[in-house]
Design a protein around this ligand. Structure first.
Ligand code: FUL
Length: 687
């Protein structure tokens, strides 16, 4: 009786409270619990490793022998230790890439580690990595390429059965998975059990993704699915690691929309994942040892992925010995350290917050909730109020240049636009930033010019429903000097550019390390380098005495003496491919053969060439298959693997040969009928 009375009273009280201030209704669609857990991971690692690693390939054709897979010193724990130290929360492994080679001893194929010299065929890398993850507290995920260039039955129903069988092996034998990755690259040419042909499939129907989803849900109820026709998360539309400033977690697969931005009227909750490799390629190539992405670039990507309401998937191309290369690990750890430093002290922890409206005037939805450090409490506005201004007061005047805002996404993503102002000496001013202040979502990080502020206020102008903001933080990030970008233009002038305008640039041309004692770069009088050589440069801040990391550029012989001998009359336009600027491109005339012949001016001993597609956003004419001739001799031919998704500079090397003319033939293009060339250079043998 007594207990009942207490319960009744409590019930009445709760009911009374909830009557007064019911929680805002969800604005649909909303994330599942798995999607919320996934989003909270924010960043995790990718590992690309396999036969490609040992054959210097990005996309194996499916015929490279399993016997070439031979890591001498494989150490999955080394990867996991580095990945953990880099603050990444999980690892996703390419259990099988497009070449079809399996890193686990699958029962269903001979094309796997069991026929390699590694551990005498007794090894199972998926197992080793999953166990290392478990031991060190990281989550584990799997990439299984649907496209399989090895399998004889690819393109026919038998392969799909095989694919589903392999999936089950991976879903049952390796513990809990947080993510399952279906790659989007599909069909095309391959070895296919010796058929050596092109096989096209309809990716939407062929793989039976709906069945795959059922199996995954059943065997791995916590895993989110990337790719395929029933995904939980979406590809962000580039392999450069960034999401749009506007980025909705909603999408509509039927209608389609901008992957970088999502869709405000999207019917599915399908948040973005930004994948990028720490080097140009996904697999390891020794020639890219000096092309590890710069610290400032990676830091920038963090702000443009995690800070743009997306997750960040950073790839480590494990090297031939089976370890993460020291340059990659050093960079990744330095990256985390920098981000931690930039976002170390929340200047708004427990700051006073006031807003022009809060839901039912209830303390449960008070503005103060945004500074209490509790993710599950939030400031909300009344049902009819889809906007609002929140003002936060610093304990004392404070220099500030970063802001973090979070929406309580279990109730949907709402904010459409906002702006930020700060109060200094009685005057409100907008923060100085070029960023569009549109969506917020799970997390929005805003970078702006350092401001002295007594207060800061955020005005949410428009939203899809009442506001639900659970967290606002502010920081003062120290200066991060960016290493200069180096290029050589058509006049052989060297252009050195630093990210921030206040620093000065010092450089060397003799291979030595630049310091503030080296030559000072004068942007209005660029120096000329008309021969082969190396340039090293740093940015330097005279105020703090800090310097950026060193940037290095190897330049081969310049193109000034080059002339285009085919197509004729292209001489003028073709300059764009030698101007050191990939954003200006030369397109072969539609009526001409899709090839270009260049007279180098004199005989050189040649060992390779580089081709960069048009880098402009909507650039076309990307060459996928090529032939390359020196004089009349065919010296190289093949495919620029993965160039569609990752249109970066391609380097092709061949056995040295002397010649005066070279010819690049475009055998196939991703799009359009005219081959486009953003940049082209030849590689010569050192004397
Ligand atoms: C792409 C693949 O084709 C690349 O090789 C790489 O695996 C990347 C992550 O996805 O679509």
């Amino acid at each position: 009786m007594h207990t009942n009375f207490v319960l009744l009273a409590a019930g009445l009280f709760l009911c009374h409270a909830c009557k007064q201030t019911p929680a805002p209704e969800a604005v649909l669609p909303v994330p599942t619990q798995n999607q919320i857990e996934w989003q909270k991971m924010e960043n995790y690692a990718f590992v690309h490793f396999g036969l490609n690693t040992f054959n210097d390939l990005e996309w194996g054709y499916g015929n490279t022998p399993a016997s070439t897979f031979n890591p001498t010193d494989l150490d999955c724990e080394q990867w996991v230790r580095i990945i953990k130290a880099a603050g990444l929360k999980g690892v996703m492994l390419t259990a099988k890439h497009h070449d079809g080679f399996c890193l686990w001893p699958s029962r269903y194929t001979e094309y796997s580690v069991k026929n390699s010299p590694w551990k005498n065929g007794q090894g199972d890398m998926v197992k080793e990595l999953s166990e290392a993850c478990k031991k060190h507290g990281l989550k584990f995920g799997i990439y299984l390429s649907p496209w399989d260039r090895n399998h004889a039955e690819y393109g026919r129903p038998e392969y799909v059965t095989y694919f589903h069988n392999q999936m089950k092996e991976l879903l049952t034998n390796y513990g809990e998975l947080f993510e399952y990755w279906f790659d989007g690259a599909n069909g095309g040419d391959g070895w296919y059990g010796g058929a050596n042909e092109r096989r096209n499939i309809d990716a939407r129907t062929y793989y039976r993704y709906e069945d795959a989803r059922k199996t995954i849900n059943e065997l791995q109820p916590k895993a989110v699915i990337f790719g395929g026709t029933c995904a939980d998360i979406r590809w962000i539309g580039n392999e450069e690691g960034w999401a749009g400033e506007t980025n909705w977690s909603m999408f509509n697969e039927e209608k389609g929309g901008k992957l970088t931005e999502g869709m405000p009227d999207g019917t599915q909750w399908e948040p973005g994942e930004c994948d990028v490799s720490i080097r140009p390629g996904w697999f390891y190539h020794a020639r890219e040892d000096h092309q590890v992405r710069s610290l400032s670039h990676l830091v920038d990507l963090y702000y443009r992925s995690v800070g743009h309401n997306a997750n960040f998937l950073l790839n480590f191309p494990v090297a031939l010995n089976g370890k993460i290369h020291p340059s990659d690990s050093a960079r990744a750890i330095e990256w985390r350290k920098t981000i931690d430093e930039e976002l170390r002290t929340n200047l708004l922890a427990n700051a006073k917050a006031a807003a022009d409206n809060h839901r039912g005037n209830s303390s449960k939805y008070a503005p103060q909730n945004v500074t209490d450090g509790d993710w599950d409490t939030y400031w909300a506005t009344d049902d009819s109020v889809h906007h609002g201004t929140i003002t936060l007061t610093f304990p004392q005047k404070q220099a500030v240049n970063r802001l973090m805002i979070q929406e309580y996404i279990p109730l949907g993503q709402r904010v459409i636009s906002f702006h930020v102002e700060y109060l200094n000496d009685g005057k409100w001013q907008p923060v100085e930033t070029a960023e569009k202040m549109t969506t917020v979502g799970y997390k929005r990080l805003l970078r702006f010019k350092t401001a002295e502020a007594e207060q800061i206020r955020i005005c949410f102008e428009k939203a899809r429903g009442p506001l639900c903001i659970n967290n606002i933080e502010a920081f003062l990030a120290p200066v991060l000097l960016e290493e200069p970008r180096i290029s050589r233009n058509g006049k052989n002038e060297i252009l050195l550019r630093a990210g921030d305008r206040e620093s000065t640039i010092y450089y060397t041309t003799d291979g030595s390390e630049p310091t503030s004692e080296s030559a000072l770069y004068n942007p209005s009088q660029p120096f000329v380098m008309a021969q082969k050589g190396v340039i090293k440069a740093i940015s330097y801040d005279s105020q703090t005495g800090k310097q950026s990391p060193v940037s290095i550029k190897y330049l081969d012989i310049p193109a000034t003496e080059f002339s285009v001998s085919y197509p004729q009359k292209a001489a003028q336009n073709s300059k764009a491919m030698f101007d050191g600027n990939g954003y200006s491109a030369f397109y072969l005339p539609a009526e001409a053969k899709q090839e270009i012949e260049i007279n180098l001016g004199k005989v050189y001993e040649l060992k390779g060439f580089t081709y960069t597609p048009d880098q402009s956003r909507w650039g076309g004419g990307v060459i996928t298959h090529y032939e390359f001739y020196v004089g009349k001799q065919l010296v190289a031919s093949g495919e620029f693997s993965n160039i569609k998704n990752n249109p970066i500079e391609q380097t092709v090397t061949f056995a040295p040969v002397k010649g005066k003319t070279v010819r690049l033939v475009a055998k196939n293009m991703v799009n359009g009928k005219r081959a486009g060339i953003g940049e082209f250079s030849i590689l010569t043998v050192d004397k």
